[in-house]
Design a protein around this ligand. Structure first.
Ligand SMILES: Nc1nc2c(ncn2[C@@H]2O[C@H](COP(=O)(O)OP(=O)(O)OP(=O)(O)O)[C@@H](O)[C@H]2O)c(=O)[nH]1
Ligand SMILES: [Mg+2]
Length: 326
C-alpha cells in the first residue's frame, strides 16, 4: 500500500467511513509492518473505549446476547464495535443462515460495526490483531467495544485480557452444572450470566451464587462480587439488569483505580510485544545469518550450550547498538 493511499484512507476514516475502517483492519491484520504508518497518522482518541469481553461454551448464545446488547446500547445513542474471535461465529462465515439474518439488523446500524478475527495462526498473532482492531475502533470513536470468544483454547482466552469487564455465560441444558467451572474461566468473570432463561437456568444461577458466597477467590482485590444475571437473549428479558451491572462494574473499577491499571498494563504489554518483534527481527536479519553455521556446530557438540550461545548473540547485539551510537 502506497503512502498516498494511506493518507487518503485516513481522511475517509476521519470522516467516519466504515469501509476505510474495514480496510485498515485487514491491512494491519495481514501486514503488521504497516501498523506504524497507519497509527502515526491518528490523533489521540477523544475518550478511551470501554471494552467488554464475552465468553462461554459454544452455542451458549454469545452472539445473540451481543446482538441484543448492541440493539439496546445503540438505541441509547451509544456506538459499539464488535470483534468476534470465534471461528464458528455468524460474523466469520462458517455460520448458519439463520444466524446471519438474526445479526443483520444491528450489523447495518450506523452506530455499530462488526468484524471477525479468524483464530488461524499463532496465539500471539491473534492477540495482536485483536488489540490493533481495538485501537482502530477507539480511533474511529466507538464508545464501547465488545469482544466475543469461545471459552476454550489459549488464544481465545488470551484476548480477554484486553477487556475491562468480562461476562461469562452459562446455559441450562448442558448437564445442568456450571459449565465454565471446569474450563477455569469462571474465575475471570466480572459478571456471570445465565442465558436462555426461557429454558430454565434457575438452578445454575443458585449454584453460582452459592459458589460465590463461599469462595473468597472470586472477590477481587477491589471487593467486587460478581453478580449473577439471568437473561433471555432472544426476547431481551434481563438486559436492563445486565446493562446496569456492566455500568456498576465500570464505576467500581473506575473508583478503585483498577481501570487505569488495566489500561497501563495493556499498553505496557503491547509496547513489549512490539519491541520483542523488532529486536527479534533485527537479530534474525542482522546477526544470525552470519553466525548460523557456527551456532549449529556448537549445538551439535552440546545442545545445552544454547543458553550461552544466546548470551553471546545478545552481547553481539549490544555491541552493535554501541557501535551505531557513535
Ligand atoms: N431459547 C433460547 N435460545 C437462545 C437464547 N440465546 C441464544 N439462543 C439460541 O442459541 C443458539 C446459539 O446462539 P449463538 O448466539 O449463535 O451462540 P454462540 O454462543 O454465539 O455460539 P458460538 O459462537 O457458535 O459458540 C441459537 O439458535 C440462538 O437462537 C435464549 O436466551 N433462549
Ligand atoms: Mg457466536
Amino acid at each position: 500500500v502506497q503512502p498516498e493511499k494511506i493518507e487518503e484512507l485516513v481522511e475517509k476514516f476521519k470522516q467516519k467511513d466504515k469501509s476505510a475502517l474495514a480496510r485498515f483492519i485487514s491491512l494491519i491484520e495481514n501486514e503488521p509492518d504497516m501498523a506504524s504508518a497507519v497509527f502515526s497518522r491518528f490523533d489521540p482518541p477523544q475518550q478511551p473505549s470501554f471494552i467488554i469481553g464475552i465468553t462461554g461454551p459454544p452455542g451458549a448464545g454469545k452472539s445473540t446476547l451481543i446482538n441484543q446488547l448492541v440493539e439496546k446500547l445503540t438505541a441509547q445513542g451509544k456506538s459499539v464495535g464488535v470483534i468476534s474471535v470465534d471461528p464458528s461465529s455468524p460474523f466469520s462465515g462458517g455460520a448458519f443462515l439463520g444466524d446471519r439474518i438474526r445479526m443483520s439488523a444491528s450489523v447495518q446500524h450506523e452506530l455499530c460495526f462488526m468484524r471477525s478475527m479468524a483464530s488461524r495462526g499463532s496465539v500471539g498473532g491473534l492477540s495482536r490483531a485483536t488489540f490493533d482492531t481495538c485501537l482502530l475502533y477507539e480511533a474511529f470513536g466507538f464508545e464501547i467495544i465488545i469482544i466475543e470468544t469461545v471459552g476454550a483454547g489459549q488464544s481465545e482466552v488470551e484476548v480477554l485480557k484486553f477487556a475491562d469487564t468480562i461476562l461469562v455465560l452459562n446455559v441450562p441444558g448442558l448437564g445442568d452444572s456450571i459449565q465454565c467451572q471446569k474450563a477455569g474461566i469462571i474465575e475471570i468473570g466480572d459478571i456471570l450470566v445465565v442465558n436462555k432463561k426461557d429454558l430454565g437456568g434457575e438452578e445454575i444461577a443458585v449454584q453460582l451464587d452459592l459458589m460465590l458466597d463461599d469462595a473468597v477467590m472470586f472477590i477481587g482485590e477491589s471487593g467486587w462480587r460478581p453478580p449473577v444475571v439471568q437473561t433471555n437473549s432472544i426476547s431481551g428479558e434481563g438486559f436492563d439488569e445486565l446493562i446496569e451491572e456492566i455500568w456498576n462494574h465500570k464505576n467500581h473499577i473506575t473508583l478503585s483505580g483498577e481501570l487505569v491499571e488495566k489500561h497501563k498494563k495493556r499498553m505496557k504489554e503491547k509496547l513489549m510485544d512490539v519491541l520483542q518483534f523488532k529486536i527479534r527481527n533485527f537479530i534474525l536479519e542482522q546477526i544470525y545469518p552470519k553466525i548460523e553455521s557456527s551456532v549449529w556446530d556448537q549445538i551439535n557438540q552440546n545442545k545445552y550450550s544454547v543458553y550461552s550461545i544466546a548470551g553471546d548473540i545478545y552481547n553481539t547485539f549490544l555491541s552493535k547498538l554501541k557501535g551505531s551510537d557513535e
